[in-house]
Structures are given as C-alpha cells and as structure tokens.
Design a protein around this ligand. Structure first.
Ligand SMILES: Cc1cc2nc3c(=O)[nH]c(=O)nc-3n(C[C@H](O)[C@H](O)[C@H](O)COP(=O)(O)OP(=O)(O)OC[C@H]3O[C@@H](n4cnc5c(N)ncnc54)[C@H](O)[C@@H]3O)c2cc1C
Length: 599
C-alpha cells in the first residue's frame, strides 16, 4: 500500500515457517485463501508454486462447500515467501526481538507509537500490528518434560508477553499440538493405501491458469487395538490428563490420546502419512497430534502395521501460550483501548495459517489506512469468510482455538471459492493492494463470465444440434434452463461456447456460471435474506452508548453488551445470550437517542 514497513521477526530465516502440517487450505480454509488472493495477498500464488499434492475437498457435496487443499513443500514455502517479501521495496526485514510496545497516554486513551527492541533500539511507527503466534509465554510439553519455546524450539517472547499481560487487556491461555515427524526411509510404504492428488489440480490463486507439476502420493494408515492399549496404559503420563496443561485446546482437532479417551468405542482412528517436501525424508503423521512422553509416542507408532521399524525424527508436542481476548478488538482488528495498535493471527485466539493470514492482511490494510488518515475497512459476514471470522472473534471471543468451518457461514451458497474475486477484488483494488496485472486478469475473467452468461441465456438446445445432452425430440430448452438439471454439465457446451467467443474459456469461469445457473433459485433467496439482514443489522451503536438503566435489558445481557461494545445492532444480535427482544429494546433506545440529538 506504499507505506514504509518494518517487519520484525525473531529469525529471518523462519518467516512463513509452517509450525504444523505443511498443508494450505482444506474445508473452509481453502475459501479463506481464495479470499486472501482476491484481495491481493500472496498465500495462494505461493501455494500454487510449491504445492506437491493438490486435492479439491468435499466434491461429493454441493459447490458451496468445495474447498481446495494442497500439501506443500515446507522448506520451499518459506523460501518462496521470503523472496516475495524481499522484492517489496517498502518492506524492511529486521531480525530482532520486540521487548515492548511504546505506549503513551492514560488508561483508556492510550496510543501506540512504536516498539522497543531487546537490543535497546527503538522503532517509531504510525501503527503497529502484533502477530506473535504461539510465542507469548510459550510453554511446550512432551510428556512430563516442559520447556519454554515459541515454535518448535525457537525462543519464546517473554518480555512482550509480560507487558501485554499487564496492559489491562483480557487474556487467556490456549493450547495446540503437533504430531511426531518420521523418517520416510523407515516406513514400509507398500503396506498402506495410497492417496493420489487430483488429476486436474484446482489452483488457489486466480492468477494461476494451470498446475502441471507431478504430484506426490500421501498414504492412509489406521491405529489398532494395540495403539489403544498403549494410550490407555500411559494416560496418567499425559500432560493433558495429569493437569500439567492448563490451556484450552481445539475441540475439533483433538490429540490422539484425547480421541481414545473421548471416543472409547471407536475401534480405530485414521491417520495420513504426508511427506513434508521433495528434498526431505520427514513425514508428518496427520491425525496423531500428541504430547505423550517420547517412549509412548514410539510405542503408539510401532503399533501401526507398516510402522513397526519406524524412526522418529521429531517428537510430537503440545504448546501453551497467551492469547488476547479478541473482544478487546474492533472489526478493523484495532485494540479498542490502545489507538493504532492492531493484533492479528494466533494471538487473537485462532489456529491455522489461513486464519492467521487473512487477519494479517486485514490488520495490515487498516493499519496502513490509519497512518494515511483514512477510515478503516470492514468486511461484512456477507462479503466473505474473512468477514465471518473477524465478526465471530470480536463479538463472541475465543474460548478455545478458533478455526474456520463452512457451518459458520449463514449464506454459504453466496460465499463460494469460484466467486471470491467477484466479491473482493474490487475492494482490493480500491485499497491499493490489487496491482494492474491482477486487475486486468480479473477484468478478463469478468468479461468471459458475462459473455458466457449472455450466450447461455439465449442459446436454445435441441436434440438434433446438441446430441447426447438428454434433450427430447421436439424440446428446445434454453441452455440456462437445461443447466438446472442435476446431470447437466456446462463442459458439454464448451466447444460451442468457445466457437462463439472466439477463444478458449477458463475452466473456473465456466464452472462459476454453471453454479450460478444451477442454483439460481437458492442464490436469489439467500440474496433477499442478506438484504433484510443488512437493513436492520447495519444500524450503528455509538461507542459511548450507555447500557445501564435501560429497562428491558437484563443485568446479564447488559454486561455482555458492555463487554463486547458492539458497533452495530447486527453484531449485538450475534452475541451469545443477547435475545431478539433485547435487540428490539436497543433499537428503540437508539431511535430515542437520535431524536433527542435532533432536538
Ligand atoms: C505446535 C503447533 C501446532 C499447530 N497445529 C495446528 C494445526 O493442527 N492446525 C492448524 O490449522 N494450525 C495449527 N497451528 C497453528 C498455526 O501454525 C498457526 O495458527 C499459525 O502459524 C499462526 O500464525 P501467526 O502468524 O499468528 O504466528 P506464527 O506463524 O507463529 O508467527 C509468529 C511470528 O512472530 C514472531 N515473534 C513472536 N514474538 C516476537 C517478538 N517479541 N519480537 C519479534 N518477533 C516475534 C516470530 O518470530 C514468528 O515469526 C499449530 C501451531 C503450533 C505452534
């Protein structure tokens, strides 16, 4: 966005280090990457460049929930990301520890003015974005052993962690974990079912036309009765169950010991053996996140047929860390009580690269706009999964590590991977993140979609002219109407469309028009619902609005509203426990307030 930016990190070689599974995307996370890309972010492009296995997930279900996932080459991902950053003329990378934030002013009216580094240097800044991940007072657990660390043995951030603990912001302790990494040479690969990538990979970036690289195989494994016995016999040595770990972990991503305890009747659990790259022997055991002692981890692994001789390169571990309660933030990700201070990523209670990436992007946009004296940019829940994620965080907080799911979206059919550019690239251009190359590419795709929509809206199909489409003799449906049939596929019309258009048409563009036509009825219905929600929900609540003394609001609801300080009536309605009746009362009081102000 044209502003001079210092990126301070503990180890410049480990920028974009994937602390857990080197995979990008997955259900709903793939949507986030598409949206990051549509706004001008680089996560999608880099993934397309370094992905070693691509799969489009959920294709047996409706297109709203299709989501791309790629296994990446872990080392290449960070190398490429750093190269991208180094090409940015305004970014200055500094390897240093931020010891504290330079904050000025009395409580409630504070302003951040820069950072102080552990070596004593000071950087002054118009805005600061803190993205410390799991580093704040990080404490790792492998069985009975604990050690302080940030991520995989890196030093934790203690001084900054202490300052934030003392800052008056609410904070909590969360936990996440990772599985052991194995030496691929010690795995008997032929004893596992292979899982191939897609024959035609779906790229993450709208700028990538095709991915033609050869893909690797992953393999599927299962735990056994013996694994269960090993876990049961050692459960009292698990830091999770001995009380050693106090932080709250993600319910949806339990450790293997958690799975055996919580689902005692389940005979076996699925595991995936996923290579971490093309030039390493390290293999990630997806599904076996654990903080059990190393000897138990080895025994668990050896109980899986094909892993009897396995060598562990790195043990699995759990990590506890401080996270700030995201209800301390507004929708621009700025701390409500400390002006110009923005927080993004795992520090806000989320888990996942994509969740972190999209927050970093939004916080960055808003920090830059603040420096330029412009208004903040806020994405609504109807604009994208990024809007949903931020609204959920700042409204409901994060009692456990928050990750994105498609079920969090009210209007799923509207928020698809194929139309993320239509939803967001205009905004990306407006704020100055979408360069000419992306803008022209978007314009070309839009023209293509327009032409295809127009052609299909006038083309009449007949059995004689279009044999094999299941059209009865004498029938001549419009192509757009024919596409609503479940078995109808737009690809069957590609030769005709391209002949009319005069050039090749992208796979994604065709798919996008097909989905619009097939689900037109549902999409219209969702659009009407969105309009209704927007009309009532956008009513703003002044920051200084006083909830006390309003009859009709229970003490409990009042304290929830005071804790969150929602910016709009819509946001107030989404706070758990705030009833529709309370919203009606608030609506009346807002009207009353406006009338009084108007004299
Ligand atoms: C053990 C583990 C397991 C995980 N498991 C999963 C999982 O199963 N699924 C999933 O989706 N996600 C998982 N994650 C989460 C995912 O890795 C993170 O959510 C994501 O990487 C967070 O990104 P971030 O940018 O917020 O922080 P990070 O990627 O952790 O980056 C933090 C950065 O801040 C820098 N930093 C910290 N403190 C300072 C300071 N004081 N001064 C200067 N620089 C500082 C560090 O150098 C680092 O570069 C796991 C993470 C860990 C650590």
């Amino acid at each position: 966005m044209g502003l001079r930016t210092a990126l301070v990190t503990m180890n410049a070689d480990l920028i974009a280090q994937m602390s857990c599974n080197p995979a990008i995307g997955g259900i709903a996370k793939g949507h986030l990457v598409r949206e990051i890309d549509a706004l001008g972010g680089v996560m999608g492009e880099v993934t397309d460049e370094v992905g070693i296995q691509f799969r489009l997930l959920n294709t047996s279900r409706g297109p709203a929930v299709w989501s791309p996932r790629a296994q990446c080459d872990k080392r290449q991902y960070r190398v490429r990301m750093k190269e991208v950053l180094e090409q940015e003329p305004n970014v200055r990378i500094l390897q240093a520890e931020v010891a504290s934030l330079r904050i000025h002013g009395e409580a409630g009216k504070q302003v951040v003015e820069g950072v102080v580094l552990a070596d004593g240097r000071e950087l002054r800044a118009g805005a600061v974005v803190v993205t410390t991940g799991t580093f704040l007072n990080g404490l790792a657990h492998v069985g009975e052993q604990t050690y302080t660390c940030g991520r995989n043995g890196e030093a934790p951030s203690v001084a900054l962690g202490e300052q934030l603990r003392q800052s008056g912001l609410r904070w909590g302790r969360l936990k996440t974990g990772t599985p052991p990494r194995l030496d691929g040479r010690s795995i008997q690969w032929d004893r596992f079912e292979a899982q191939e990538g897609d024959r035609e990979p779906t790229p993450f970036s709208f700028l990538t036309e095709r991915i033609e690289r050869e893909q690797i195989k992953c393999h599927i494994a299962y735990t056994t009765e013996r694994t269960r016995e090993v876990v049961r016999a050692a459960i009292d040595r698990s830091p999770l169950y001995s009380g050693q770990i106090e932080g709250i972990g993600p319910r949806y991503c339990p450790s293997i010991e958690d799975k055996f305890v919580k689902f005692p009747d389940k005979e076996r659990h699925q595991l995936f053996l996923e290579p971490e790259g093309l030039d390493t022997n390290e293999v990630y055991v997806n599904g076996m996140s654990t903080s059990m002692p190393l000897d138990v981890q080895v025994a668990m692994l050896e109980s899986v047929p094909g892993l009897e001789e396995v060598e562990v390169i790195r043990p699995g571990y759990a990590i506890e860390y401080d996270a700030i309660d995201p209800r301390e933030l507004d929708h621009s990700l700025e701390v409500k009580t400390i002006r110009n201070l923005f927080l993004a990523g795992q520090i806000n209670g989320t888990s996942g690269y994509e969740e972190a990436g999209c927050q970093g992007l939004m916080a960055g946009i808003n920090a830059a706009r603040r420096v330029r004296g412009e208004d903040g940019v806020r994405l609504e829940r109807t604009d994208g999964y990024i809007g949903i994620l931020i609204d959920d965080l700042v409204t409901k907080g994060a009692d456990e590590p928050y990750r994105m799911f498609t079920s969090r979206a009210e209007f799923r059919l509207h928020l698809r991977i194929d139309n993320a550019d239509e939803r967001l690239t205009g905004l990306g251009r407006k704020v100055g993140l979408v360069d000419d190359r992306r803008w022209e590419n978007f314009g070309r795709r839009q023209r293509e979609r327009e032409v295809v929509r127009g052609l299909l809206g006038t083309l009449r199909l007949s059995a004689a002219r279009f044999p094999g489409l299941g059209i009865e003799n004498g029938d001549s449906p419009l192509a757009a109407a024919w596409l609503r049939r479940p078995e109808a596929q737009i690809e069957a019309l590609r030769p005709w469309i391209e002949a009319q258009y005069g050039e090749a048409v992208g796979r994604e563009g065709l798919r996008s028009v097909e989905i619009e036509l097939k689900y037109a009825g549902y999409i219209d219905q969702q659009r009407r619902q969105m309009d209704r929600l927007r009309d009532s929900g956008e009513r703003t609540i002044p920051r200084e609005f006083r909830y006390e003394g309003i009859p009709g609001l229970s003490r409990e609801i009042r304290s929830k509203l005071e804790a969150v300080r929602p910016e709009t009536l819509g946001q107030a309605g989404r706070i758990p426990g705030v009833t529709p009746a309370a919203i009606v009362v608030l609506d009346c009081y807002l009207t009353l307030g406006e009338r009084r102000q108007g004299g």
